[in-house]
Write a protein that binds this ligand. Structure first.
Ligand SMILES: Nc1ncnc2c1ncn2[C@@H]1O[C@H](COP(=O)(O)OP(=O)(O)OP(=O)(O)O)[C@@H](O)[C@H]1O
Length: 140
């Protein structure tokens, strides 16, 4: 059965533009509940480790640089079928291909500066949640 929790990050472009509140409101309107949240400015080591799966990709350096360019906002969100629901809500990686009403269609600039991250599996959601939050930071 699909899990009810996922991990998202409002990325430095969207956070820096003052769109964090709008994005959280949009997701809450779609039924996501916030179970944990923080704001932080990731170090190169943190961003490098978080995106280690992409280490061999040509955009890895650019991605780590972008994710460390300013503060971001990781959150744990809850909803039925959380991972798939959030992937639908954020839209395609490239905002030019994102569906109307999605976070990336509304707030992303480009494939690199694309406003938001969302976990792509239940396993990664659990791993990514642990990356940013201690058990005591997450509400029941
Ligand atoms: N061609 C590219 N140029 C620059 N950055 C890219 C490119 N492709 C992907 N990225 C960056 O790497 C991130 C991870 O890429 P991936 O293919 O996993 O997309 P995604 O699953 O939609 O994004 P995310 O993992 O952030 O939710 C993208 O969100 C984007 O910020």
């Amino acid at each position: 059965m699909a899990g009810r929790r996922t991990l998202t990050i409002i990325k430095p472009d969207a956070f820096g533009a003052g769109n964090a509140g709008n994005i959280v409101a949009l997701l809450e309107k779609q039924g996501f509940a916030v179970k944990a949240a923080r704001v932080m400015h990731m170090t190169t080591a943190q961003a490098g480790a978080f995106y280690e799966v992409h280490a061999a990709r040509p955009f890895y350096g650019e991605l780590v640089e972008f994710m460390t360019s300013g503060p971001c906002m990781p959150l744990i969100l809850e909803k039925d079928d959380a991972v798939a629901s959030l992937r639908t809500a954020i839209g395609a990686t490239d905002p030019a291909e994102a569906a109307e009403g999605t976070v990336r269609k509304l707030y992303a600039e480009s494939k690199g500066k694309n406003a938001i991250h969302a976990s792509d599996s239940d396993e990664n959601a659990a791993r990514e949640a642990r990356f940013f939050f201690a058990e005591a930071d997450v509400i029941a």
